[in-house]
Design a protein around this ligand. Sequence first.
Ligand code: MF3
Ligand code: CO
Ligand code: CO
Length: 276
Amino acid sequence: MTFVDAPAKARRTPGVIPLHGPEGFAGMRKAGALTAQALDILTDFVEPGVPTAKIDQIAYEFARDNGAVPATIFYKGYRHSLCTSINHVVCHGIPDERPLREGDIVNIDLTLVVDGWHGDSSRMYSVGEISRKAERLIEVTYAGLEAGIAMARPGQTTGDIGAAIQAVAEGERMSVVRDFVGHGLGRLFHDEPNIMHFGTPGMGVPLKPGMIFTIEPMINLGRPHVKILSDGWTAVTRDRTLSSQCEHSIGITETGCEIFTLSPAGLFNPMAAKAA
Ligand code: MF3
Ligand code: CO
Ligand code: CO
């Protein structure tokens, strides 16, 4: 594995990790903030009876009105502004006309491109009252992301991040999905390195100032295995147990990390927001 100063015209190269300077951090700050603001605004629309296509439309219009483009439109044939992953859907759920129902938990994953920089974030939303076990799953997912972020500093490795998340999930007898990983990003939507949400302390890639990537653990109440539905996108748990995910885009600094996708309204963690 090698590190290079992030080039202006980037192309993903296996094993080559771009290191970003102040320009990249400034770009990510703007894109991350707009993405977080959009996810905040969507909170009010996550209600029983609302079709996920409506939420997709709100995000599309927000992007359009704010000089941003959703990265997922036309991405590998995907046609929507965001992903909506309900209950046992692990990730990449496609917005459609089916109404949300009381008790559903839904992950909304949005990536807005601003001035060429990608702000990628997802959170959990609850539809009305949800079960205690769904609440616990969401709490553990957020605790996992936080534990991962706490490892994100120079001197640590990608394995330290994964191991921290895995310890939180498995400590609560939940499981970490193996089939999807966090990823470098910047001018590219998906770049090096891969960030696994499980692993061994000290293994993987050493973290260096200038690295920009997502951490986006998917945690299941049951077993970790997933399958992809015939639409080619929707990933579900094989055992149909509930799944939850949350995602931040971060950049490694000299002393720790900067989170680009913090919620301006403090709505990132729905359980903390509810308790407040
Ligand atoms: N935003 C997702 C991620 O966290 C990628 C979604 S790709 C899509 O990397 F095409 F399914 F939308
Ligand atoms: Co995402
Ligand atoms: Co991502």
